[in-house]
Write a protein that binds this ligand. Structure first.
Ligand code: ADP
Length: 463
């Protein structure tokens, strides 16, 4: 039997684009229902994304440290055990699921989570397919935060490939370290997984369809990463994968390169060819505008229907968990303001880290973005080869680079190659968010001995 319930706000999805808004709005007195087929809060980031992949990366980092320990005066071997690494990953995911369940309980009766898949009936009603039949929710506002999901390349034998889900989901299907792996795709998921498997001891071959990696990143930065990859990793550009087949001993990948067929024998093939947005059924029919499979949003996160918002991966603007969180809060603030925008998303202030070995991170306007926008930049850098902390850790490579708008000499962009890029980009992103003047960066008393010193030093090089 169909039931109909009312809410102030319904969120489609319960991931990073949904729950920050849901909590905020419930705190502000609204009655909010989150809908997600997983039946748990936190979306793909915890299910198969950031958290499990970084837990696996930590193991790879320790394996690397164990190898480097010799140079620091240690002797003896420490060998990674993949089964136990996966078990630890699962335990971190389970711990965070328990935490989120507690947070949801503590949020009180105004916030609830309904397990099911939502589709639009009309601009104010969604139908949810639950285990107990259909529930219709009528709401004043709707937040579409249905995220993105893996897409498989249209090649023969694609069913023989694994995806990031098979590595990172709870109880993943990949349970032993492959001796060799071919990775199709050189976006951040392909590169991160490739470098972590390499650190753990797999033989890795990356296949890139085009002539560069990381299409979203600045070309110079991406090029540095390519040049800095471990020499054991093979990387072939201009490789159009044709098919994957079973062989007596494993798998074979056939690709076209310069018009010739090449073949690689391997244990495992990872397809990492992108994550297109997931659009809830009925969205277009109720009048929500799409562009190239993404929901069109303003910087207030409103869709073409002003009472419907679409924060997170589903709008394709910047597909990162922390971006979704901030977008979610922008949506919540604008809902509380009665759909008359008071809060706006600054996409230029969202940092991106690619958690490869070595890492890179970037934020805001870098030269490729500046060229596209017709902005002129003044740039300055400090080399991490000369950085105390990088030397202490025997990771003295890369740089911190800052980009100032030529007219105002305010910070509009930055990147970090190598080192603690994931941490350093936080301070740089905070400065980009404020468009900090050069002098402000130059006057920072950055902590010694941490690589944050490079931030002030790069700025002082211009004075
Ligand atoms: P984001 O961080 O952009 O919100 P996530 O991938 O973390 O993206 O979260 C999206 C969530 O939306 C996932 O947990 C997914 O199960 C859920 N979802 C996708 N489609 C629907 C739908 N039609 N109804 C309800 N939930 C959905």
């Amino acid at each position: 039997m169909m039931r109909e319930v009312r809410a102030d706000v319904v969120t489609i999805g319960a991931g990073g684009g949904a729950y920050p808004a849901a909590f905020r709005l419930a705190k502000g007195g609204r009655r909010v229902i989150m809908v997600d087929p997983k039946g748990v809060m936190s979306g793909n980031c915890l299910a198969e994304g950031c958290v499990p992949s970084k837990t696996m990366r930590q193991a790879a980092y320790l394996a690397r440290q164990a190898r480097q320990a010799d140079g620091h005066g240690f002797s003896g071997d420490l060998m990674p055990d993949y089964e136990r690494i996966v078990a630890y990953k699962d335990s971190v995911q389970e711990r965070r699921y328990r935490q989120h369940a507690r947070e949801l309980r503590e949020a009180g009766a105004r916030l609830s989570l309904l397990k099911g898949t939502a589709s639009f009936v009309d601009p104010h009603v969604v139908a949810v397919e639950t285990d107990d039949g259909e529930v219709r929710i009528r709401a004043a506002n709707i937040i579409i935060a249905s995220g993105a999901s893996v897409s498989l390349p249209p090649i023969q034998g694609v069913e023989l490939c694994v995806t990031s889900h098979d590595f990172y989901a709870l109880n993943p299907s990949v349970r032993r370290l492959p001796e060799s792996v071919v990775v199709i795709g050189v976006g951040y998921i392909g590169l991160e997984t490739a470098t972590l498997l390499n650190e753990l001891g797999s033989r890795v071959h990356l296949l890139a369809r085009g002539e560069r990696v990381l299409r979203q990143a600045d070309e110079r930065l991406a090029q540095w990463l390519v040049e800095s990859l471990d020499e054991r990793i093979e990387l072939t550009f201009g490789a159009a994968v044709q098919r994957v087949e079973r062989t007596p001993s494993g798998l074979a990948v056939t690709y076209l390169k310069d018009g010739r067929e090449e073949r690689l024998e391997t244990d495992l093939v990872l397809a990492a060819t992108g994550r297109p947005p997931v659009i809830p059924p009925g969205s277009e029919a109720v009048g929500i505008a799409l562009d190239h499979g993404r929901i069109v949003v303003s910087t207030a996160l409103q869709t073409s229907l002003p009472h419907i918002y679409a924060p997170g991966d589903v709008n394709g603007r910047s597909m990162l968990f922390h971006s979704a969180v901030r977008q979610s809060l922008v949506a919540a603030n604008n809902i509380m303001a009665g759909d008359k925008p008071v809060d706006f998303m600054d996409f230029d202030a969202v940092p991106t880290t690619v958690f490869t070995f070595p890492q890179i991170a970037y934020v805001g306007v870098t030269p490729s973005v500046a060229a596209a926008r017709g902005v002129r930049l003044v740039e300055t850098a400090f080399s991490l080869a000369d950085d105390a902390r990088a030397q202490i850790e025997d990771e003295a490579q890369g740089e911190v680079r800052e980009f100032f708008d030529e007219r105002s000499m305010r910070l509009v962009g930055a990147w970090v190659e190598g080192g603690a890029a994931d941490y350093l980009i936080g301070e740089l992103a905070a400065s980009v968010a404020r468009r900090a003047p050069l002098r402000e960066l130059a006057e920072l008393a950055d902590q010694h001995p941490t690589s944050a010193e490079a931030i002030g030093k790069a700025a002082r090089a211009l004075l």
